[in-house]
Design a protein around this ligand. Structure first.
Ligand SMILES: CC(C)(COP(=O)(O)OP(=O)(O)OC[C@H]1O[C@@H](n2cnc3c(N)ncnc32)[C@H](O)[C@@H]1OP(=O)(O)O)[C@@H](O)C(=O)NCCC(=O)NCCS
Length: 192
């Protein structure tokens, strides 16, 4: 029941209504009961931040100048400003973090004119292909909609089909740090 109350607090914090599709029932790794995967704002669960920051640092930060585990942890401790920027949602199954996604003001250096951005979408390898990645994306989309944004952007080197299945469309292609990336957008008005 503690987790349910924590989810309710998270929902209130972001004014997210909890419709059925935003909770995910999966078979628990032990026992036959079902667990619910919850989306919790990262700054409300500081005890989980070192682990989740480690995922993001290992996946993207370790090769970038000026990035460290500490800067990753700092980003996840930030509370959203009145525009909802940045917002970080951690997916939690039982007491275990199983995914993360962020809403940020800037992400692609060459396109500071665009935003906000869906960024840092990550699910640990042993927890993939169960819908968790889609779930954390939908939580960020919901926050962006509720903050009144009409368009959300992202870029990806290799996961465009994953986002296309969630309604995103390709805007173009460009080089980012020597790698070709796909620039995508989601028209949030289309969901009204
Ligand atoms: C991309 C990433 C976040 C996806 O996470 P995930 O939890 O596996 O995402 P989902 O389970 O929602 O979807 C993954 C696939 O599983 C499928 N799937 C979803 N639920 C499923 C289920 N219950 N059973 C079987 N397959 C399922 C989806 O159709 C999807 O297929 P696709 O990848 O061909 O589109 C994860 O692979 C990851 O962290 N990768 C490394 C970091 C990264 O690349 N992030 C994206 C940066 S742009």
């Amino acid at each position: 029941m503690g987790d349910i109350h924590r989810f309710a607090a998270a929902v209130r914090h972001h004014s997210i209504r909890p419709p059925e599709h935003r909770t995910l029932r999966t078979a628990a790794s032990q026992g036959s009961f079902l667990e619910i995967v919850q989306l919790i704002p990262s700054h409300t669960v500081p005890e989980l931040i070192p682990l989740v920051a480690g995922w993001l640092y290992n996946e993207w930060g370790r090769h970038l100048p000026g990035r460290s585990l500490e800067t990753a942890e700092h980003a996840l401790r930030q509370e959203p400003d009145p525009r909802g920027l940045p917002s970080t949602l951690i997916a939690i199954e039982g007491d275990e973090p199983v995914g993360v996604a962020r809403l940020v003001e800037f992400d692609l250096d060459s396109r500071p004119d665009l935003g906000p951005w869906l960024a840092s979408v990550y699910v640990p390898a042993d927890k993939r292909s169960r819908g968790t990645g889609t779930l954390v994306c939908s939580g960020i989309v919901e926050i962006a909609r509720q903050r009144g944004y009409s368009t959300l952007y992202l870029f990806t080197p290799d996961r465009a089909p994953f986002y296309e299945r969630q309604g995103w469309e390709v805007v173009g292609y460009q080089l980012h740090r020597g790698v070709q990336v796909t620039l995508m957008k989601l028209d949030l008005g289309a969901f009204d």
